[in-house]
Design a binder for this molecule. Structure first.
Ligand code: FES
Length: 177
């Protein structure tokens, strides 16, 4: 795991955004890459969903503000496409990055481990498979820390399978659902 800050091991610094959530910083970077073009709305919403797992109202408003679009337009587009989702699928979420850098650094093996562990915990939790949901992303914008996983909103870099499994074990051990 990278020693990046005083945050938990592997967590990205989040002190550069007022919300304290490093995912907004990554969303900012994504909008910047698209030069804040309103035409990039769908691309930016994809990135937002990959980072946050689903699109909450505040994220849609944040994107509207960033791309200087009326919120109604952002809501309209987000609700039009079936691949956008507006509520969490499980009590916990893991977003495993499968972009090139993460893939090269073992993303596929990591994803398989995360999926196996999630299946096991979902079975143990007996929650209709909704205790942990596993998603994939194309690139979370932190390639230097590949492989990257977002565990319940915390972006972690240099994640090895054993670390991911430990992290997910904790969820069931603490009965946090
Ligand atoms: S490829 Fe995973 S963060 Fe860029």
């Amino acid at each position: 795991m990278a020693d990046i800050s005083s945050k938990p091991k592997g967590a990205l610094k989040s002190d550069t955004h007022p919300s304290g959530d490093s995912r907004f910083k990554m969303l900012d970077a994504s909008m910047k890459r698209q030069r804040y073009q309103p035409d990039a709305l769908i691309e930016v919403l994809h990135t937002a969903q990959e980072l946050f797992g689903f699109l909450q109202d505040d994220i849609l408003l944040y994107v509207a503000h960033g791309l200087k679009l009326p919120p109604s337009r952002v809501y309209g587009v987000a609700t039009f496409y079936h691949f956008f989702t507006f509520s969490p699928k499980g009590a916990h979420t893991c977003v495993v990055c499968m972009g090139t850098a993460c893939y090269v650094k073992g993303g596929e093996t990591l994803l398989a481990c995360v999926r196996d562990r999630a299946a096991q915990e979902n079975q143990e939790a007996g929650d209709d498979g909704r205790f942990i949901s596993v998603e994939t992303a194309r690139c979370l914008g932190a390639c230097g820390l590949a492989p990257v996983v977002v565990f319940d909103g915390e972006v972690c870099g240099n994640v090895e399978p054993a670390i991911a499994v430990d992290r997910m074990k904790g969820w069931l051990d603490h009965g946090s659902h």
